[in-house]
Ligand binder design. Structure first.
Ligand code: COA
Length: 289
């Protein structure tokens, strides 16, 4: 959120808490980290490149929150454990883990290299598991916590040119549900947020705008626009908050209705267009006898 004044949530919603956001320096992760800080949480930012985290580190400081930066790779289990230790040493607790770190690129499945497949599955699926397992005992021993995994709407549809990412994110959704069941008794809630195409991110530029797809997609969104990072952050805030204290194992879709199928929107628009040109009208339908 650009300003907590415009937020529907109380500014002290997460006061006294600590959130660890992977990939928290840029794009969706930065939007989530900013929103969490604006609502009272101290923040641990984790990413492969420290330089990616520094602008957000400074921004969170100006919001008056504590912030810790960890240069690490979620593919490396030992690095995940180290990050959790540093977070505890520096900020004393971890209430929320947001598994947002991801990797993706457009490629035909037939020509995707083994190394490319492994790189994306390793970051998205194995990285989510590594970080979740690393925080489990910390949250359990503290009496509970929350994990929010960032998935995607193409988990259910599949996505041409993103076989690696789609399969890995589908695995994350399944893991979300499994961990929700296994860790419920430890007081740990595990949920997911599935964004549609989020504008202004590197992902949108590389995966959609680069092939002219963003505008095609936008026309199919019932609510008429692409996703903003604030939309995703709001869903994370809800799932992290006491308002969701009895919510676990769910995936919240944030896509303006896009995953309902753009062709349905086009059917309605085609009907309106033809109705206006009087080629068809509701009254021309046969009346029931
Ligand atoms: N097209 C085709 N294949 C690609 C590729 C691309 N744009 N990018 C990576 N690969 C494949 C290659 O096969 C590469 O193997 P090679 O070295 O034998 O050619 C393999 O993936 C590993 O790539 P590499 O860049 O060495 O791995 P990495 O672990 O450093 O990073 C990614 C992997 C997926 C994160 C990398 O593509 C990347 O940095 N992407 C940009 C950031 C990003 O994806 N952000 C998320 C946006 S949603």
């Amino acid at each position: 959120m650009t300003s907590s004044q415009t937020s529907p949530f109380q500014p002290d919603l997460l006061a006294g808490q600590v959130a660890l956001v992977t990939g928290g320096g840029t794009g969706i992760g930065a939007g989530i980290a900013r929103a969490l800080a604006e609502h009272g949480s101290d923040i641990v930012l984790a990413s492969r490149k420290r330089a990616h985290l520094e602008p957000m580190e400074a921004e969170i400081r100006t919001l008056g929150r504590e912030v810790l930066v960890c240069e690490m790779d979620v593919r490396d289990r030992a690095a995940c454990d180290r990050t959790v230790s540093e977070a505890l040493d520096g900020l004393g607790r971890i209430d929320l883990l947001v598994n947002n770190a991801a990797g993706n690129f457009l490629v035909r499945a037939a020509t995707l290299s083994e190394k490319g497949w492994r790189a994306v599955v390793d970051i998205v699926l194995n990285g989510t598991f590594n970080m979740s397992q690393a925080v489990h005992s910390v949250m359990r021993d503290a009496g509970g916590g929350a994990i929010v995994n960032i998935t995607t709407t193409y988990v259910t549809t599949g996505a041409p040119l993103m076989a690696h990412s789609g399969a890995a994110k589908a695995g994350v959704l399944n893991l979300t549900r499994t961990l929700a069941v296994e860790w419920g008794a430890d007081g740990i809630r595990v949920n997911a947020v599935a964004p549609g195409l989020v504008e202004g991110t590197e992902g949108a530029r590389r995966l959609a705008e680069s092939i002219g797809y963003a505008e095609v997609y936008r026309k199919q969104v019932p609510l008429g626009r692409l996703v903003h990072t604030d939309d995703v952050a709001a869903a994370v805030l809800f799932l992290a908050s006491p308002a969701a204290s009895h919510v676990t194992g769910v995936e919240v879709t944030v896509d303006g209705g896009a995953s309902l199928g753009g062709h349905f929107k086009q059917v309605a628009e085609a009907f309106d267009t033809l109705s206006q040109s009087a080629e068809i009208s509701p009254r021309s339908s046969p009346s029931p006898s």
